[in-house]
Ligand binder design. Sequence first.
Ligand SMILES: Cc1cc2nc3c(=O)[nH]c(=O)nc-3n(C[C@H](O)[C@H](O)[C@H](O)COP(=O)(O)OP(=O)(O)OC[C@H]3O[C@@H](n4cnc5c(N)ncnc54)[C@H](O)[C@@H]3O)c2cc1C
Length: 402
Amino acid sequence: MPDDDRGGNDRADVTPVMSDLSPEHEQLRESVERFAQREVAPVIGGFYEREEFPYEIVAKMGEMGLFGLPIPERYGGMGGDYLALCVALEELARVDSSVAITLEAGVGLGAMPIYRFGTEEQKQRWLPDLCSATILGAFGLTEPGGGSDAGATRTTARLDGDEWVINGTKAFITNSGTAITGIVTVTAVTRRLDGGRPQISAIIVPAGTPGFTVSKTYSKVGWLASDTRELSFDDCRVPAANLLGEVGRGYAQFLQTLDEGRVALAALSVGLAQGCIDESLRYLGEREAFGHKIGEYQVLQFKLADMEARTHTARLAYRDAAQRMLNGRPFKKHAAIAKLVASDAAMLNAREATQIFGGYGFMNESPVGRFYRDAKILEIGEGTSEVQRMLIARELGLRSAL
Ligand SMILES: Cc1cc2nc3c(=O)[nH]c(=O)nc-3n(C[C@H](O)[C@H](O)[C@H](O)COP(=O)(O)OP(=O)(O)OC[C@H]3O[C@@H](n4cnc5c(N)ncnc54)[C@H](O)[C@@H]3O)c2cc1C
């Protein structure tokens, strides 16, 4: 966000501060803001109500290079960094979260594991199409039996000659069943180690592989214009070469993928929180009650003040976590903090914005109605708020009694 706060200092000081973006990131932010306002905002409500995946919008985002933002140019990406992805997510989610989560999952969960851990051949094979959004990628970790305890994976993959044979079910997988879904990377137990501990590996499954089926989309509370499905693997055979990186590295790979993804989801949450402020500010200046604009009532002004304070703090938290990641410093705790405070800010701001809009806030046609429905999942996806607190406590050296 442009920072026009001159309070407390009468010098026009241009020394960079923590929340500033580089000129390149600011340019990206402005272009995604324009796209979101012009191309997404006017039509997305209809897709949401019809629970329809917005293929044309996704194609345009592909043409803009958004799906390849943090991927090097040699693999068809834009050669930017992870903060660039976060900035784009923030701007999209200011307007709509279904489109933003499609991008977040497509890049953070679809392309990034292949870029980080894949063989050169896998990168050459999949990344150019993922970066252009010719195909979408997904990551299947969660199972019907549980997501937080990801080590309890039940899906199995056994090597039979030069093929993996996969059996099991994955639940709630984003981007997994669209007409342009190209691959789903799934975690599976590839053998039992001494003491019965599972060896978990990640395997790339191309869409359309026999034995791999997707359910129809779930009936969800929010993110209605995004694609979420249950996946079944019934003796599904893929080449041995589809193993992502090394055998037995699946657990470590998804932990790293989720650490990064949390920063991205925090940025998306900040966008939703900011969208609530944008809409509320407009409405405070328009709506009248008891002969006054409702923005003249201090009780509502205080709501906006709290919404702004939460959003600003959460933005600093995700940009700090992203910067640590880019500088090669440990960022696990900071990613968890960012996800925790940003999802909290989104949830609270959505509640307050809906209140400010009164009855209109409860109507699906108003963006704040959508924000309200979309906010809750931010406290659940890519690690619940309880899981973030567990991670933070662990980073403080505390050990659980359980
Ligand atoms: C719309 C949507 C999209 C999703 N997209 C994907 C995707 O693309 N890929 C993917 O793999 N997953 C995806 N998920 C799954 C999501 O990541 C999981 O729902 C989430 O991690 C929580 O897992 P769970 O639902 O199994 O809840 P559970 O793990 O069963 O948790 C239930 C409750 O118990 C709490 N809990 C669990 N363990 C502890 C503990 N030790 N201490 C305290 N509290 C605890 C949790 O915080 C939660 O409140 C998606 C989910 C949704 C709804």
